[in-house]
Design a protein around this ligand. Structure first.
Ligand code: PMP
Length: 413
């Protein structure tokens, strides 16, 4: 039987109502902005309202929305093939070209001592949390250990392995039991490194602690961390899901630390707006997935050819246009522009910034009024008094100044 709805019914149900009645809700206060289209640094609402996207869909749209080269790569791939086969069986050129291009960003420099050598093997996933899961499995399998160390106030994803790493009980407590053997350390505290021991399979850490409100450790921290991991035989896994693809002023944030990881995890900005993630390691580490058991990690859609084509175009746009150094310069510009007594501090690197205010109450009203005036910002999972500022790296100076002017205007009210 065909279900036929009266046309009046269809006409009177708005997308906004459907959003609330049929889309699973995870809070009682979603932003619920209805967006019609997006271009560059702008989102456009149903009635033509224009919004500066100063958070890049949470550190995703590093090359802006609908970058023409990303669209063209997607279009070309659409004309060839979509899904062909589960992961790792067929030679699909978007995957292998992207894996090669990623390896090229990771050439091991003699300055960086690394126990396992160059990272040149890539395993593609659909998302950040899946890439973290894969990296955790790889570390367990390679080291024969099962304990992990992560940081307080860190977020690495919402699936149960990645959630076990989360550094705050708030998101975990009602989902136990989770993985056993997880220890937490303070991001940036050298004294805590003694918690990394010969039982530790891996330390999973961000170069800049994002959801803690963009915390950049003191110089010397990562050298000490690298040394401790090497000493006790624990793998060092860097989660560059937010920091990667040029956001912090270098292609990978670890380039500014003077150390080289054993595993690297990417997602978010990697896809230029398409879903993709990856965990990367040296061939010596990655090859353990081939035995005991064979097919050590499986995915159907990981490394989808359209996502890989979009990601390769994104990577090229970022490198060819020197967007990392642009991010650095624009970050300095925001720090200089956003001077106001209500902003206690602006911290961060490149275009991964947090502007700290007195309280959540103050911040929330600023964010709400900024949206009314066409500027989208946000706060952080584990820091509710700092404004998230992470615009696309292609934002122009004039656009940036206009957006900062709107924020300053709101702060002045
Ligand atoms: N790690 C970090 C540092 C993240 O910021 C996020 C997403 N906010 C994740 C992991 C999880 O990525 P995804 O949402 O793609 O699963």
């Amino acid at each position: 039987m065909r279900l036929q709805l009266p046309s009046t019914f269809i006409m009177h149900v708005t997308p906004r109502q459907l959003f609330f009645s049929h889309l699973a809700q995870t809070s009682d206060f979603p932003l619920a902005l209805e967006i019609d289209r997006a271009e560059g640094v702008f989102l456009y609402g149903k009635n033509g309202q224009r919004y500066f996207d100063l958070i890049s869909g949470i550190a995703v749209s590093n090359v802006g929305h609908r970058h023409p080269e990303v669209l063209s790569a997607i279009q070309q791939q659409l004309d060839k093939y979509l899904h062909l086969m589960v992961y790792g069986e067929y030679v699909q050129s978007p995957q292998v070209l992207l894996a090669e291009a990623l390896s090229d960003t990771l050439r091991l420099d003699a300055r960086y001592p690394s126990p396992y050598g160059t990272i040149s093997n890539v395993y593609f996933t659909n998302s950040g949390t899946e890439a973290i899961e894969g990296a955790m499995k790889l570390a367990k399998r390679f080291t024969g250990r099962h304990e992990f160390v992560s940081c307080y106030n860190a977020y690495h994803g919402a699936t149960q392995g990645a959630l076990s790493l989360a550094g705050a009980e708030f998101f975990k407590q009602n989902f136990r039991p989770l993985l056993p053997g997880i220890r937490h350390i303070r991001h940036g505290a050298i004294a805590d490194l003694e918690n990394i021991t010969q039982r530790t399979a891996a330390v999973i850490i961000e170069v800049i602690s994002g959801e803690a409100g963009v915390r950049v450790p003191e110089a010397g921290y990562f050298a000490a961390l690298r040394q401790r991991c090497t000493e006790v035989g624990a793998l060092l896994i860097l989660d560059e899901i937010q920091t990667g693809f040029g956001r912090t002023g270098t292609f990978w944030a670890f380039e500014s630390t003077g150390i080289y990881p054993d595993l690297l995890v990417s997602a978010k900005g990697m896809g230029g707006g398409m879903p993709i993630g990856a965990f990367m390691a040296s061939p010596e580490i990655m090859q353990v997935f081939k035995e005991k058991p064979i097919l050590g990690h499986i995915t159907t859609f990981g490394g989808h050819p359209v996502s890989c084509a979009a990601s390769l175009a994104t990577l090229r746009v970022i490198r060819e246009n020197q967007l990392p150094s642009r991010a650095h310069a624009l970050g300095q510009r925001i720090k200089a522009r956003l001077q106001h007594p209500s902003i206690k501090e602006i911290r961060g690197q490149g275009l991964m910034l947090a502007a700290e205010m007195e309280s959540f109450g103050v911040l929330k009203s600023v964010i709400d009024r900024c949206i009314e005036r066409g500027v989208i910002t946000d706060w952080f999972l584990f820091c509710d008094n700092a404004m998230r500022l992470a615009p696309p790296l292609i934002i122009s100076e004039a656009e940036l100044d206009e957006a900062c002017g709107i924020i300053l205007g709101v702060l002045g009210e």
